[in-house]
Design a protein around this ligand. Sequence first.
Ligand code: ATP
Ligand code: MG
Length: 578
Amino acid sequence: MSSLFLRTLREDPADAEVPSHKLLVRAGYVRRVAPGIYSWLPLGLRVLRNIERVVREEMDAIGAQEIQFPALLPREPYEATNRWTEYGPNLFRLKDRRGGDYLLGPTHEELFTQVVKGEYASYKDYPVMLYQIQNKYRDEARPRAGILRGREFLMKDSYSFDLTDEGLAESYRLHRDAYVRIFDRLGLEYVVVKATSGAMGGSASEEFLAVAPTGEDTYVRSPGGYAANVEAVTTPAPPARPVDGLPAAQAHHTPDTPTIETLVDFLNGAGLGRTFTAADTLKNVLVKTRAPGSGEWTLLGVGVPGDREVDMKRLEVALEPAEVALLDEADFAAHPFLVKGYIGPSALAANGVRFLVDPRIAPGTAWVTGADKPDHHVVDLVCGRDFTPDGTIEAAEVREGDPAPDGSGPLEAARGIEIGHVFQLGRKYADAAQLDALGADGKPVRITMGSYGVGVSRLVGVIAEQSHDESGLIWPRGIGPADVHVVVAGKSEEIAAGGERLAAELDAAGVRVLLDDRKASPGVKFADAELIGVPTIVVVGRGLANGVVEVKDRRSGERQEIAVDAVVEHLVELTGTR
Ligand code: ATP
Ligand code: MG
């Protein structure tokens, strides 16, 4: 450490909110260059490489073959799949000196498809699985939490190419199992949840989420084993009911009731002969959407039961790849038929605004909703009789206690960080590239693909997020920058020589060791050792005169005195080096 390129910091960086970001910067693992763009310093790079090695070993073990594409890519392949446009503002685009369009690859489906098409022709060539571990570029709207959400980040992405659906299912299973082994080896606490496939298209899709209260993803679980990202939760719709015999819709003067709460209070005091709750009201939220590549915003009404909010993330996913935004004052001013607080389905229909509703708003259900003029609401407005939505949308918030869609019990929610994603793409990219194999019967067979990603650089942050205490990081064995941290605690020549000798012997025995031979006080060295987080700390100090050193477990804090002549053996054993 006297020559290691490392400066630790006593203070948290001002821009850091989550523990992993604070600690990785303080311990000198990474340094910020620009928002979402980080440099890896020696300790950080070691951890990154260790994780990369685990990922590579498990990918090789399932027979995937490593290749490497450039990150700088021409527009054409992405034009063919329409992703040049669909990827929207997240894509880093650039021009070369001749004015040609290029991009920095955000993900590489197109390139993998192209390369397989170039090399393979016959059904005998298939199946094949290819992967790379490479930097990806995405101009994320909200780069965040240091390396957890970067704009340049290291990803392992792999792709499977199969002749049949059964083949794809098998490639998918191989990847899923490999991911389980990778994340187990990294000592992570994680869940596998049902996911949406987003802009990629495709069908079967699962995410691996590391459990973390600071995570950006919310997932739900039921006692009966249902698990899904909230983005992928579907709402069981009540059966359609006949509208015959239902009371007629009635407009009411409801003064000063712009919120659901004031409306419900008013209705319950109005002597209508029944009790209303927020769940009896229909709340119509107006947003605007814009298809990728188009400059035009279009209005969209989203109807949800009044006791629920619209979950913007679920709404965004439901409308992908279109962009979505809330209306501003100027939008309301431009559309006077939108009476804020009193918007009802009638004005939307009359003005050609698309209206999508939560599945609970099923045919035959009756609602209290806005009457399109200030201080007025309609009671008993029946879906399918008095208004006809243009379709349903999964945009309402999912709440704890909601029933799981498969009937397996009430949902419970928690937060996580996406560390991996496996999904069956199907034939979308093969269709775009016309990727066929010549079948045994001489007829072309369209290839079916799977796509599988692991956030390699994100994992450094995720492990730090799950494994730290107030003093610093705590790495799992085999993943940290070293497995043993030898601290020379004392000024004497004997102690310094003892520390060096021990480090050299450990090194010779194949133990990854970090030696703190700096001319600093023991207090500074202990604090740095705790901060850096190597799982075993060996203190070579005064005890050396009596032939002992202290071995401390970073996680439990447990200390043990061990005879100097037995300590190498002990540590070789402890670190599993043999
Ligand atoms: P997210 O929802 O977190 O943006 P994603 O769905 O865009 O992720 P994929 O395109 O499936 O992610 O990428 C595969 C993996 O790459 C993810 O599971 C995640 O671990 C990682 N990853 C994605 N975006 C980033 C990022 N901006 N910084 C670091 N890692 C990322
Ligand atoms: Mg993303």
